[in-house]
Design a protein around this ligand. Sequence first.
Ligand code: CA2
Length: 145
Amino acid sequence: MSRLVFILNGPNLNLLGKRQPEIYGSDTLADVEAACRRIAEAAELEIRFHQSNREYELIDWIHEARDCAAGIIINPAAFTHTSVALLDALNCFEGPVIEVHISNIHKREAFRHHSYVSLRADGVIAGLGVAGYPLALQHMQRLLE
Ligand code: CA2
């Protein structure tokens, strides 16, 4: 069985650690990737870590994951609240899906309270800062045992 996990990040997350540290903290996306790689090595998982500002690119990675990955961890960023297309793509993926948000979307503006992706996600982590990513990966390891 595949031990490959895709970790996908949506629009503007390339700015992590460079703007709005009061909401998203001061770690960069490269720091998040490094933390995930440390967990992956210990858990004998392989990861592919991607970020895009383009909806179609995230959809294409989800399609790619259908052929080779055991699970998907996704922070869809603003597409969380708008994208039926991402939900449709995730519904075509058979393995576990964990949705991660750095901030607590339920404590923020009303338009962030609804997530299309949560209709498919097996688990959701929100509001734990970037610590949510390694926690999601550790949980994914258990799901894949
Ligand atoms: O809390 C999260 O992880 C979000 O998915 C982040 C999205 C937001 O639209 C969601 O409602 C919640 C925004 C990502 C933008 O990331 C930035 C990071 C640093 C500086 C500026 C933007």
